[in-house]
Design a protein around this ligand. Structure first.
Ligand SMILES: Cc1ncc(COP(=O)(O)O)c(C=O)c1O
Length: 422
């Protein structure tokens, strides 16, 4: 029987010692009521909360779990490396091995630098673009997430207008809007940040349009500016290369994180020779950026990416998930919108402006052992099997039935309503 007694007790303690009880994207503040905040175990495709409830996890740690939590090959190299050296006074030789592995796999990359989080990599991309020719203006697609630094955090707290002084925003997948934004930058264009696909929160996703991607490349070249693809979220879930290889466009820089160590803390920025001088001109560092254990994990993760059919598998599993949910929804009289790559799917209900249906549905599925997000894209991992999808559909079938019965009494979440209004 599902219960959340321990989770509630932990939340009460957390409210005393952690501002807001929890912060950032792993806070449950915007998730349906009763979503567990604390987890004690993760294995394969499943997570267990503090009360011992187990879930098939469609969030994958918001991305990092690509090959399965605790993948044995990665766990083995992590333990072996841990016994030798991790954080010390200089990097281990693994940093060279890893840079060689990554540049060998990413077509546009001639060099690589490593850091910890996606936001480190996007910050380095920003600095390199400005260092490249000493120009200031940087173009960003509206609502595209690139991290939580003052220049890109989606919420206004702690940000002053000057932090955003040199950014120009355009509509994703719109070559004309991009062209207009470049004109606005005049002779001061440093770089164009490109999301590999449109992954706005609370909204339908959109695959990249080839014409738009080619326009971004051409405008960067004509203005002697750098094109940066932020592959932190989509990396290795759209291709075994930079995600924009799918539309035949090569950036100067690309940012990586999340899956790179299959959960071990490591991210990277890679670039072409055109950007090499800019890359070596900036000073960036971090106490843990050179640690060897996450690098060992990344080398093994990259090997598995090269040598297994993980991408074909997660595409097949994602298609099954998508097809099963859409058919099931129709049987219960609901219409779903399923957008984005099938390995990173977004599932929203049609005609659900205040997300009442989505929230009610996810909450009902969660109580039956399936952890999904009602407003954020989800992630597939290679440990997921057809049986997991069958189990998922059994739970979601009951969840659809549940919201069909309780439709009239479903309520929008207050915190979400306030955010949507803002
Ligand atoms: C596209 C994109 N860029 C950057 C980031 C920031 O990564 P991190 O949270 O590791 O700093 C994220 C995180 O979700 C992301 O999705």
């Amino acid at each position: 029987m599902w219960s959340n007694e321990k989770d509630r007790a932990l939340r009460e303690r957390a409210a005393e010692v952690i501002p807001g009880g929890m912060y950032g994207h792993q806070s449950t503040a915007l998730l349906p009521e009763d979503y567990p905040q604390f987890f004690t175990r993760a294995e394969g495709t499943r997570i267990t909360d503090a009360d011992g409830n187990e879930y098939i996890d469609f969030m994958c740690g918001y991305g990092p779990n690509l090959l399965g939590y605790g993948h044995p090959d990665i766990a083995r190299v992590v333990a072996e490396q841990q016994a030798r050296i991790d954080t010390s006074t200089g990097p281990s030789p693994l940093i060279v091995d890893l840079a060689e592995a990554l540049t060998g796999m990413i077509s546009h990359a001639d060099w690589a630098m490593f850091c910890k989080n996606g936001a480190d990599a996007t910050m380095m991309g920003l600095m390199m673009a400005r260092a490249y020719r000493g120009k200031r203006k940087v173009l960003l697609a509206k609502n595209a997430y690139h991290g939580s630094m003052p220049w890109n955090t989606p919420r206004p707290g702690g940000v002053v207008a000057e932090d955003r002084a040199h950014f120009i925003y355009f509509d994703y997948n719109d070559p004309q809007a991009l062209t207009d934004a470049v004109k606005q930058a005049g002779d001061d264009l440093a770089g164009i940040f490109a999301a590999p696909f449109r992954h706005d929160t609370f909204a339908d996703q959109g695959l990249p349009d080839a014409e738009y991607a080619r326009t971004a490349r051409r405008l960067a070249d004509e203005n002697d500016a750098l094109l940066i693809v932020d592959d932190v979220r989509a990396g290795f879930r759209m291709a075994r290369d930079c995600s924009w290889e799918t539309v035949g466009v090569r950036p100067d820089l690309s940012c990586w994180g999340k899956v790179l160590g299959n959960g071990q803390p490591i991210s990277a920025i890679v670039g072409s020779n055109r950007a090499r001088e800019a890359a070596q001109s900036i000073f960036v560092t971090g106490s843990y950026w050179f640690s060897a254990v996450p690098m060992a994990a990344a080398i093994e993760t990259l090997r598995l990416i090269r040598e297994t059919d993980y991408l074909e598998h997660i595409t097949m599993i994602g298609d099954q998930f998508r097809k099963g949910l859409v058919e099931q929804a129709a049987d219960f009289g609901f219409a779903l919108k399923h957008t984005g790559p099938s390995t990173i799917p977004m599932v929203l209900f049609e005609e659900d402006p205040d997300f009442k249906l989505g929230y009610g549905f996810c909450r009902a599925a969660m109580k039956r052992g399936v952890y999904m997000s009602p407003y954020h894209n989800m992630f597939m991992n290679a440990a997921m099997t057809r049986t997991d999808i069958a189990d998922t559909l059994e739970a979601t079938g009951a969840a659809f039935e549940d919201i069909k019965q309780s439709r009239a009494s479903l309520k929008p979440l207050a915190a979400l309503a306030a955010l949507m209004e803002a």
